[in-house]
Design a binder for this molecule. Structure first.
Ligand code: ADE
Ligand code: ZN
Length: 346
């Protein structure tokens, strides 16, 4: 492949056009303020904010917790299966515009079951949108159930039990919410149970928390992907292991910027991790809150860092490599990626 054919001027166009998978996106984080207000009206929920503009103005975060407080409040408007469908369908339309061919989507059932919204409501609404995304947009997808790590492991077990009747509608379990003070070890038994039942395992680790949390996500939870993982750069032995084992890290640059994990996008360590041979790829995390969907993450990150067409190719390839699909399917997507680069003269 002749990557030199891509001039800096054409790079943004290529970033947008290339096919890609998204592996780290919380569906509740795709709830745009306009939809929050529309659903609040539909379900007669009172919001703390007067208007879409006032809500958006509150999106000035100082760390993960300051975001989570607003994010959980926003999710309170979701009540009926149709609400979950509408939220996910809106995401899929945005994903289509960004040439996302595959999405593995997180959902936080405890945020909803705590408000007496049933597991059936959550999963059936989301699943119907996934089915329609395949048939109407040609996007394949799967759901990953995340346990909230600020709650107890017993509560995670209860949630897992409640979701079990719908086990054919999600492929794996994850771990999210407030990281500091809630190490992966807290969820060792529930992850073990999920593994025994054949579920895929992922966990947020090393977003704000220390490299030790990445070690234990790997060695105690046996996570197959690390969500974020950007703090790994502070531990040389961990970096070697991640590179050697090609452990995927689902990196989310705009999220890291908005939650002040890095002072500025120009300080992000994505380029360093790529150059160290890590299997990293880009993701939008909570796009409605962090100022952009997947292509916006690509555009802003490439504008801020010294990254080129080789990096773009690696990121797209890594997104396919790290996805939970068959080798044959990955091969099809790699072929589409090569075709796209060829159309740009590579
Ligand atoms: N839930 C939604 N977004 C999250 C993030 N960036 N970190 C942890 N939990 C989350
Ligand atoms: Zn996340």
């Amino acid at each position: 492949m002749n990557f030199d054919a891509i001039t800096a001027a054409r790079l943004p166009e290529l970033l947008c056009a290339m096919p890609k998978a998204e592996l780290h996106m919380h569906i509740e984080g795709s709830l745009e303020p306009e939809l929050i207000f529309a659903l609040a009206k539909r379900n007669k929920v009172r919001l703390r904010y007067e208007s879409v503009e006032a809500l958006r103005a509150a999106y000035a975060f100082t760390d993960l917790q300051s975001f989570l407080d607003i994010y959980y409040a926003g999710a309170s408007v979701l009540q009926q299966p149709q609400d979950f469908y509408d939220m996910a369908w809106a995401y899929f339309q945005r994903a289509k515009a960004d040439n996302v061919v595959h999405a593995e989507i997180f959902f936080d059932p405890q945020t909803h079951t705590a408000r007496k919204v049933s597991m059936r409501t959550v999963i059936t609404g989301l699943h119907r949108a996934c089915v329609d995304a395949q048939s109407q947009l040609g996007i394949s997808s799967s759901l990953i159930l995340c346990f909230l790590r600020h709650l107890s492991e017993d509560e995670a077990f209860e949630t897992f039990e409640e979701a079990f009747p719908f086990r054919d509608k999600f492929i794996g379990v994850g771990l999210d919410s407030s990281e500091r003070g809630h190490p992966p070890e807290k969820f060792e038994r529930v992850f073990k149970r999920a593994a025994q039942l054949g579920f895929k395992l992922v966990a947020h680790a090393g977003e704000e928390g220390p490299p030790a949390y990445i070690w234990s996500a790997l060695d105690v939870l046996h996570a197959q992907r690390i969500d974020h993982g950007v703090q790994a750069v502070h531990d040389a032995a961990l970096m070697s292991r991640l590179a050697q084992e090609r452990v995927p890290l689902t990196v989310c640059p705009l999220s890291n910027q908005k939650l002040c994990v890095f002072p500025d996008l120009a300080d992000h360590n994505l380029g360093h991790m790529l150059d160290q041979g890590l299997c990293v790829m880009l993701n939008s995390d909570d796009p409605a809150y962090f100022g952009g969907y997947l292509n916006e993450n690509f555009l802003q990150t490439f504008a801020a860092l010294p990254l080129n067409a080789v990096h773009a190719y690696q990121l797209a390839c890594n997104s396919f490599e790290a996805s939970f699909v068959s080798e044959a399917q990955k091969q099809v997507w790699r072929g589409q990626l090569d075709e796209c680069f060829k159309q740009f003269g590579c």
